[in-house]
Design a protein around this ligand. Structure first.
Ligand SMILES: Cc1cc2nc3c(=O)[nH]c(=O)nc-3n(C[C@H](O)[C@H](O)[C@H](O)COP(=O)(O)OP(=O)(O)OC[C@H]3O[C@@H](n4cnc5c(N)ncnc54)[C@H](O)[C@@H]3O)c2cc1C
Length: 312
C-alpha cells in the first residue's frame, strides 16, 4: 500500500495514542491501514514536556518524542500516514467514504475515529503563557509535580471536585475556586470536599490574571459580587472546566452524547456497524494516554473481526 492508494481496509482518523495504536494493530493484523493525523500529528501529548506515567519508560519521556516513536512504529508496521485532516465523512453505507483536506476522496471497509478531545481553557492571555509552567489541564498527569506546594483548581463540576480531592495527595493546600455561589459537583463529592482539611472552596471568584516569572507564582481572582481582587500564591493552577471532543464532522453520522462524545458499546462500536471509536473522543472519564492506547488496540481488533465477518 502506498500514499497513491485511495481504498484501505481500515482508516483511522486521529493521531494521538489511540489512533497510532489502532494503526499499529490494524497493519500488524494484516489489513491495509491508513491513518489521517492532521497537519501536525501527535495529539495532546505534544503539549507536554514530561510524561511520567506512560508504561515502558523508567524516566520522564518528552511528549513529542513519545508520539514520534508511535508514528514511526505505525509506519514500520505498514500503516500509511497522511499528514492531513479528514474534513467530511459519509458513513451511511460501506465502503465508507472520507474526504481529506486536500479534497481527495478515500474509502475504507472500516473506520476508527480517534480524533481526541481538547481540554477547555479559560482564554486569558496570561493563562496561555503559563501552560506547562504551572498552569495545567490535567491533575492526574501533573499533580505529582506539586508535592508540598499550594495549588488551585478552577471549576465547579465533578471533574473540578475530583481534581481537587486527587491533588490533596500531593499539595499542602488546594483552593477550589468557582465563579458561582454553589458547586455543580454531585452532593457526594461536595461532602468529600467539605471533609478534606486541605481544601478551601472559594466561591464567587473568577481568574483575572496568572502571574509569575519563568513559572507561575500566583493567580489574581476577582470577586464577582464585590469586584475585590484576591491573590492566591499558588505555583500550580489546574483548569477543570471540561473538554471538547473533536466530533464536529461526525455529528449526525454516529450517535453522540449530550456533550458531543461518541457513544460506543463494550466492543468500541459506534451506532454504525464497522465504525469504531477510541480514545478521548469517546472517553468521558479517564482521559489518559495509556487508556487511549488501550482502546485504540481494542478498536483495531474489533475492526479486523468486523472485516472478517463481512467477508463471510
Ligand atoms: C498538557 C497535557 C498534558 C497531559 N499529560 C498526560 C500525561 O502525563 N499522561 C497521560 O496519560 N495523559 C496525559 N494527557 C492526556 C493525554 O494527552 C490524552 O488522554 C491522550 O492524548 C488522548 O489520546 P487520543 O489518541 O484519544 O487523542 P488526542 O491526543 O487528542 O489526539 C487526537 C489527534 O487527532 C487529530 N484530529 C482531530 N480531528 C481530526 C481529523 N478530522 N482528521 C485528522 N486528524 C484529526 C488531532 O489534531 C489530534 O492530533 C495530557 C494532556 C494534556 C493536554
Amino acid at each position: 500500500m502506498t500514499e497513491q492508494n485511495t481504498h484501505f481496509d481500515i482508516i483511522t482518523i486521529g493521531s494521538g495514542p489511540a489512533g497510532f495504536t489502532a494503526a499499529i494493530y490494524a497493519a500488524r493484523g494484516g489489513a491495509s491501514a491508513a491513518l489521517f493525523g492532521g497537519v501536525a500529528p501527535g495529539g495532546q501529548l505534544l503539549q507536554t514536556m514530561e510524561i511520567e506515567n506512560y508504561p515502558g519508560f523508567a524516566g520522564p519521556v518528552v511528549g513529542a518524542d513519545l508520539m514520534q516513536s508511535m508514528l514511526n512504529q505505525a509506519s514500520r508496521m505498514g500503516a500509511i500516514i497522511f499528514r492531513e485532516n479528514i474534513t467530511a465523512v459519509d458513513l451511511s453505507r460501506g465502503p465508507f467514504a472520507l474526504i481529506a483536506g486536500s479534497g481527495k476522496s478515500y474509502t475504507a471497509g472500516s473506520v476508527i475515529i480517534a480524533t481526541g478531545a481538547q481540554a477547555r481553557w479559560l482564554g486569558l492571555p496570561s493563562e496561555q503563557k503559563y501552560i506547562g509552567k504551572g498552569v495545567s489541564g490535567c491533575a492526574t498527569c501533573d499533580g505529582f509535580f506539586f508535592r508540598g506546594r499550594e495549588v488551585c483548581v478552577i471549576g465547579g463540576g465533578d471533574s473540578a471536585a475530583e481534581d481537587a480531592l486527587f491533588l490533596t495527595k500531593f499539595a499542602s493546600k488546594v483552593y477550589l475556586v468557582h465563579r458561582r455561589d454553589a458547586l455543580r459537583a454531585t452532593f457526594r463529592l461536595q461532602e468529600k470536599l467539605r471533609a478534606a482539611p486541605k481544601i478551601e472552596i472559594v466561591y464567587d471568584h473568577v481568574p483575572e490574571e496568572f502571574t509569575g516569572e519563568a513559572r507561575l507564582t500566583g493567580v489574581n481572582f476577582r470577586n464577582v459580587r464585590t469586584g475585590a481582587v484576591r491573590r492566591l500564591e499558588t505555583t500550580g493552577a489546574f483548569i477543570a472546566i471540561g473538554h471538547t471532543p473533536a466530533t464536529k464532522i461526525f455529528d449526525g453520522k454516529v450517535n453522540l452524547d449530550g456533550s458531543g462524545y461518541i457513544v460506543t458499546d463494550a466492543r468500541m462500536g459506534t451506532s454504525v456497524p464497522g465504525v469504531f471509536a477510541a480514545g478521548d473522543v469517546m472517553d468521558t472519564r479517564y482521559k489518559q494516554a495509556v487508556v487511549a492506547a488501550g482502546s485504540g488496540c481494542r478498536a483495531a481488533m474489533e475492526a479486523l473481526l468486523y472485516l472478517e465477518e463481512v467477508k463471510k
